[in-house]
Design a protein around this ligand. Structure first.
Ligand code: SIN
Length: 288
């Protein structure tokens, strides 16, 4: 197994490893250490069944099941195991086999609207479009470290409410209520600057821009500060853009990384299988 850091603010490629075979404990420890150090790991050329993906993902912890609001119709390349979320624009008889369609997904951290968001997200590329659908990742340790002192000072001690009503492509989840005003948002509250539970390093934890607001700040002030922070932390110097090849498996640290996805032509097919590693209470809850 070979670990090669990317020439970017985060990420490493892991080659010479077949994830359809059981990964030896020693190798898995190196993978975990690399995941904490580089935050995003890319395993190219993997040929995995649903069972392989679930077995490898489960080495990182319990797996989160997709919420009932996630679209899922069976067939045409969509995974059927309950632990796998289909991220896809493919439809069967007019019904989506998965979530997010072909739209742009804005910068976000997965499921930050939960009290205990997942620790890791894993995405496995099954079918990809010729163009578009690239996924970018940004390092929130690096962004915080590079942040002007004055901006960081304004964030210290502040918390943000994280909206649960909309997906990262801006669609209202099934059963959720339209947010007419940011003061109506439902979702978890997290400190804007936290300590990573495993490394103890300070990290910026903003979730997503849509419908966010700082607790205890008047709306206009909160909006201005959010715009400033998001403009800063999403600069290309903190990011890496992944251009997918079928067979790529990517795992990222959901506690220190935000990600976004480009839109793509809806006439093309994109099928990704995703798993989410559940936060175990007390370990993934980042402390302020
Ligand atoms: C996601 O935001 O989790 C999906 C990313 C992607 O489709 O590349």
């Amino acid at each position: 197994m070979k670990i090669t850091p990317l020439d970017a603010a985060l990420g490493a490629r892991i080659t010479d490893l077949d994830l359809s075979k059981t990964v030896a404990d020693g190798e898995f420890e190196r993978i975990c250490a690399a995941w904490l150090e580089h935050a995003v790991l890319i395993f190219p050329n993997q040929v995995l069944s649903e069972n392989h993906l679930v077995a490898f993902s489960a080495r990182f912890g319990w797996l989160e099941l997709p919420p009932a609001s996630e679209s899922r119709t069976r067939g045409d390349g969509g995974a059927v195991l309950p632990e796998i979320w289909n991220i896809s624009n493919v439809k069967v008889s007019g019904e989506a086999i998965g979530s997010l369609g072909n739209l742009e997904a804005e910068w976000h951290t997965d499921m930050s609207y939960l009290e205990n968001p997942p620790t890791a997200s894993i995405l496995y590329a099954r079918e990809i479009p010729d163009q578009g659908g690239n996924t970018s990742f940004a390092n929130m340790h690096a962004a915080l470290e590079a942040m002007p002192k004055e901006l960081r000072r304004r964030l210290e001690g502040k918390s943000v409410i994280h909206d649960s009503a909309y997906t990262s492509v801006g669609e209202l989840r099934k059963g959720a209520t339209i947010v007419a005003d940011v003061s109506d948002v439902r979702g978890a509250v997290h400190a804007a600057i936290r300590k990573h539970p495993e490394s103890g390093r300070p990290v910026l934890y903003m979730g997503r821009r849509l419908n966010a607001s700082f607790i205890d700040l008047p709306t206009q002030q909160s909006e201005r500060l959010l715009d400033e922070v998001w403009a800063f932390c999403t600069q290309p110097e903190f990011a890496y853009e992944h251009v997918w090849t079928v067979g790529d498996l990517v795992i990222w640290d959901n506690r220190s990384v935000i990600h976004r996805r480009d839109a793509f032509d809806n006439g093309e097919r994109r099928i990704m299988w995703r798993t989410q590693v559940k936060a175990s209470a007390g370990t993934s809850q980042l402390t302020a």
